[in-house]
Design a binder for this molecule. Structure first.
Ligand SMILES: Cc1ncc(COP(=O)(O)O)c(C=O)c1O
Length: 451
């Protein structure tokens, strides 16, 4: 059991169910307890080091994978008590892995540590984290206010799916205009204010403290998607109530897993697991234990990876600007939210690993990406982000194609916008040379033929 902050997960069902034994604190009915000493002042890396370290069943330095869909009990009465909610994961009682699973719970503790929230739970994708938390917080007839600059999938969920399937409607606003946000909230009706800490793909930075204050004054829950800036920004520390992630991106780092997380209060996570009303339990998008194990091995070096992504993105953005290119990067002084971002970031991680290069037309964007991938090997033409290789896509015709032309224009997505997720493979100078070679070939090739 717990020794100097370490926990050996060797509790066995080889005797009577140890309901009142051990050093587990009695808790509220079968619920997930807050994860405990996750608080950190200014660096999430400190929280990783002080989070509970789970050893393997035989003393391995890595935790064992609880690859079971279902869990045994020694006494039939225990089952009834688990289903009544009297016994739960906080006391090492698990029912079924669509509900809490011990390995997924361990990764979830790390996610709570990352975001400085009381609790978290991991899901099978970023979209399932977003849809599950919104459906938990809003009922039919409910209203949300959201940023008009959102990932295309989220924009489609809010614009098309939720109104049709659930009668939940959203007013989209420019979150840079705080008066607009205030006026869009209908007191008593609006349940959620939703935005991305740094928007996909336009890299607009949200004023998290002010937006949270406005929402809280009107009793509205603030949900922030922090997919673009894990470690760099900590929305819950800045006032948000819930932080959602697409773990598929930087947190995974391998471009091999689709996953997500909801980070918030223990009561929110418990409500999402409720046997009668919980979106995670009843819609069922929880994470597989084997996936949770894989991901938990990558969390300890997330901070190091983010530093390198951010360092290279800043270097390239600065050099692209010098070449006269139209570059969008929040780490550059001329970015409209640069000072705001500086006031919110956790120090020494940088300003994000993505940059935008506005090539003005889709044709020029495509020709540049072709050179960068097929002639100089600077990166890959692919959607997604957070990989060790640079990934590039023309947002308007790919990850934001769900939006119509007017919505794209309002969201700041020009037809020639190339979103680049800057990787860290190779050396910075080697990759920059590849970029310059591709650019010069594009110039040699002459002006665009199409517009
Ligand atoms: C900002 C943002 N949020 C959420 C998602 C959805 O995540 P997933 O693909 O893991 O479902 C994405 C995917 O691109 C994204 O960019």
């Amino acid at each position: 059991m717990a020794t100097q902050g370490y926990v050996f997960s060797n509790k066995k069902r080889n005797g009577p169910d140890d309901i009142d034994g051990g050093d587990l604190k009695a808790s509220k009915k079968g619920m997930l307890l807050p994860v405990g000493p996750n608080s950190w002042e200014d660096d999430p890396a400190a929280a990783f080091a002080s989070a509970r370290h789970e050893f393997g069943e035989h003393g391995g330095v890595n935790m064992s994978i609880e690859a079971s869909a279902t869990f045994t009990v020694m006494e039939p009465e225990t089952m009834r008590r688990m289903f009544s909610g009297e016994l739960g994961p906080d006391r090492d009682f698990f029912i079924y892995s669509r509900h809490f699973n011990p390995t997924v719970l361990n990764l979830s503790r790390l996610m709570a540590a990352l975001e400085g929230t009381e609790a978290a739970y991991c899901t099978s994708s970023g979209m399932s984290a977003i849809s599950s938390v919104l459906l938990q917080l809003c009922s039919s007839g409910g209203h949300m206010v959201a940023s008009r600059s959102l990932y295309g999938g989220t924009h489609a969920l809010l614009t098309h799916f939720l109104p049709r399937a659930c009668n939940i409607n959203t007013t989209f606003v420019d979150i840079g205009d705080l008066e607009l946000v205030k006026n869009a909230i209908v007191q008593g009706k609006t349940k959620v204010l939703y935005f991305e800490a740094m928007s996909n793909p336009s890299l607009i930075v949200a004023n998290i403290p002010e937006l949270s204050r406005i929402a809280h004054d009107k009793g509205v829950t603030v949900v922030v998607d922090n997919t673009f800036t894990p470690v760099v920004l900590s929305p819950a520390k800045l006032g948000a109530d819930v932080v959602v992630h697409s773990i598929s991106k930087f947190i995974s780092g391998g471009a091999d897993i689709i996953a997500g997380a909801v980070c918030g209060t223990a009561s929110l996570v418990n409500s999402m697991m409720d046997l009668h009303q919980g979106t995670l339990m009843l819609l069922g998008p929880t994470m597989n234990a084997k996936v949770a194990f894989e991901l938990s091995e990558r969390i300890p070096h997330l901070g190091l990876r983010m530093k390198e992504h951010c360092k290279r993105a800043l270097a390239y953005a600065t050099r692209m600007k010098k070449l006269g290119l139209k570059v969008i990067y929040p780490g550059l002084e001329e970015h409209p939210q640069h000072e705001l971002l500086k006031s919110m970031v956790n120090k020494e991680y940088g300003f994000g690993g993505l940059l935008g290069l506005d090539m003005e037309t889709e044709d020029r964007a495509n020709r540049l990406m072709h050179q960068l991938q097929n002639l100089t090997q600077f990166g890959f033409m692919a959607v997604s982000l957070g990989y060790y290789e640079t990934l590039m896509s023309c947002s308007g015709s790919s990850t934001s194609s769900e939006m119509n032309a007017e919505e794209k224009a309002l969201a700041g997505i020009s037809p020639g916008l190339v979103r680049m997720s800057i990787g860290y493979i190779g050396t910075l100078e080697q990759k920059w040379t590849q970029f310059e070679r591709a650019l010069s070939r594009l110039r040699d090739y002459g002006p665009s033929t199409k517009n």
